[in-house]
Design a protein around this ligand. Structure first.
Ligand SMILES: NC(=O)c1ccc[n+]([C@@H]2O[C@H](COP(=O)([O-])OP(=O)(O)OC[C@H]3O[C@@H](n4cnc5c(N)ncnc54)[C@H](O)[C@@H]3O)[C@@H](O)[C@H]2O)c1
Length: 455
């Protein structure tokens, strides 16, 4: 029998000061779990795992019965957990369900529904459809005293102006009958040093009692809970943290283009600059920005922004500019590839180009938003013969066509007219590659100086 984590379930330690009675009956039936996580993806499943690991009884809600059945059978959704973690959770009583009735019998419900960016043609704002669906499902079963927390990435104002009315649709009132708070998800996929337990958790509620209820819940999972002044401040933390990354990468990307133009080795500049012990945090350029944390541009959805009549008088120009700069990088990389070939008497048309690393992050299989796809598409459109190598990606398609996969890396690099390093997976021996490749363009500054062309 698998050993479960040892803290007793249902101790009620996070059961906060009662809020006023609602129109529904107090609970009489036993609680099926302390916690319901709505949305068992990259954010929700690790949260459910962390809670299960501390002895909290957890139920996971997934609207798709097939997805829930897969999880219950021990099959992990991509990019979420290790299979062994899920098996352990299941052994400790965790279950996924698509039956919303369970949501009416938990103490805390955390919404981790997806908020993808809509197409630019549709305004490019966060799509809150799934959050709305999750909220309606929860509202239909919500009981007094429940603590509801939103973790999905949203614009400031969304919890109060968008989520709250949906949750209150059945008559209960946030801050009076149930607690409502926002807490930004701070996951960093693949990070071996930081996880939920040792990453401070920011919470902000609609009232101070809401903040305390959310803080008491997360206090069971993490070493440090940081209380924001309110729900909008907590939402704005997400805005600040996410855009901080995008804006700084954009600046590094602008510097890369600028330094190349004036014949300066930016990687050497960064190496020197990062020795400054204060006031500087190094960011590195790259072929584009991928991942799950898209830049949050509140200008894209002014109707969700806090204090509607006051906005969007002062748009976040830096965010807009960062998106533009980062969005241009795949095209710039292709331009640099063409120039490099040209300098060696070759044309991109007909050239064999080998892409190394097509995932969005090193040492992970996740391809979400990876710039490799746009780079591959542009290269094909310009007549290159494309091949790729990635230890984490067995098959890869561009323009709906399979791209040939190189199994023998060094031979493939020797045969290719140009090898383009897009992702620096740890397994790549770059010194060896630089020797083998006819031409190597390194977009990650990972090759030793002087051995390859670098972004
Ligand atoms: N993945 C990350 O690294 C990361 C980091 C920070 C913040 N976030 C944010 O967290 C939120 C969730 O992202 P994710 O990466 O976990 O997404 P995901 O796509 O991996 O998972 C979302 C899950 O929610 C489920 N779902 C869809 N509609 C639902 C509904 N109506 N009710 C309940 N569940 C529903 C989906 O089936 C899926 O399993 C997003 O807002 C995202 O921006 C993600």
């Amino acid at each position: 029998m698998a050993l479960c984590w040892s803290v007793p379930v249902g101790t009620g330690r996070h059961w906060s000061a009662p809020v006023g009675a609602g129109r529904r009956q107090e609970r009489t039936e036993p609680l099926p779990a302390d916690l319901a996580v709505l949305g068992l993806g990259r954010t929700g499943l690790p949260l459910a795992q962390a809670a299960t690991a501390t002895g909290i009884g957890v139920i996971g809600y997934e609207p798709d019965p097939e997805a829930a059945a897969h999880i219950n059978a021990g099959r992990v959704p991509p990019g979420t957990l290790a299979a062994a973690d899920l098996r352990r959770m299941l052994a400790c009583g965790f279950r996924a369900t698509s039956d919303p009735a369970v949501l009416g019998r938990v103490r805390t419900a955390v919404i981790c529904a997806p908020t993808p960016l809509a197409e630019a043609a549709d305004g490019g704002a966060l799509d809150l459809t799934a959050v709305a669906a999750a909220a309606r499902t929860l509202a239909a079963h919500l009981r007094p005293h429940t603590t509801v927390i939103l973790e999905s990435a949203v614009y400031p104002g969304t919890t109060e102006e968008f989520l709250r009315p949906l949750l209150e649709a059945e008559g209960l009132r946030a801050g009076r009958d149930f607690h409502l708070a926002y807490s930004p998800s701070r996951l960093d996929p693949g990070n071996r040093d930081f996880h939920l337990a040792n990453t401070p958790k920011v919470v902000g509620g609609c009232t101070s009692a809401c903040t305390e209820a959310a803080a008491a819940f997360y206090g069971r999972l993490t070493e440090r809970v940081v209380r924001a002044r309110g729900v909008r401040e907590a939402e704005a933390v997400k805005l600040l943290e996410t855009n901080y990354r995008h804006v700084n990468i954009a600046f590094a990307n602008e510097m890369a283009v600028f330094c190349h133009d004036i014949g300066v080795d930016l990687w050497d500049v960064i190496r020197c600059a990062e020795t400054k012990p204060f006031g500087f945090q190094p960011f590195r350029p790259g072929p584009g920005v991928g991942g799950h944390a898209a830049a949050l541009d509140p200008n894209a959805a002014p109707h969700f922004v806090a204090g509607r009549p006051r906005t969007p008088g002062h748009p976040l120009r830096m965010v807009e500019h960062a998106q533009e700069v980062n969005g241009r990088m795949p095209r710039y990389v292709v331009q640099r590839a063409a120039t490099l070939l040209n300098e060696h008497g070759k044309s991109l048309r007909g050239a064999r180009v080998l892409l190394l690393g097509v995932t969005y992050k090193a040492d992970l299989a996740d391809q979400e938003g990876s710039p490799a796809r746009e780079i591959g598409r542009r290269l094909i459109e310009l007549g290159a013969q494309l091949g790729y190598h990635d230890p984490y990606v067995p098959q890869w398609r561009v323009l709906d066509r399979p791209v040939p996969r190189a199994d023998r890396l060094w031979e493939a690099a020797a045969e290719a007219d140009l090898t383009l390093l897009l992702q620096h997976h740890r397994t790549y021996d770059l010194q060896g590659l630089a020797v083998k490749a006819q031409l190597l363009l390194d977009t990650r500054g990972a090759t030793p100086a002087g051995t390859a062309a670098r972004l």
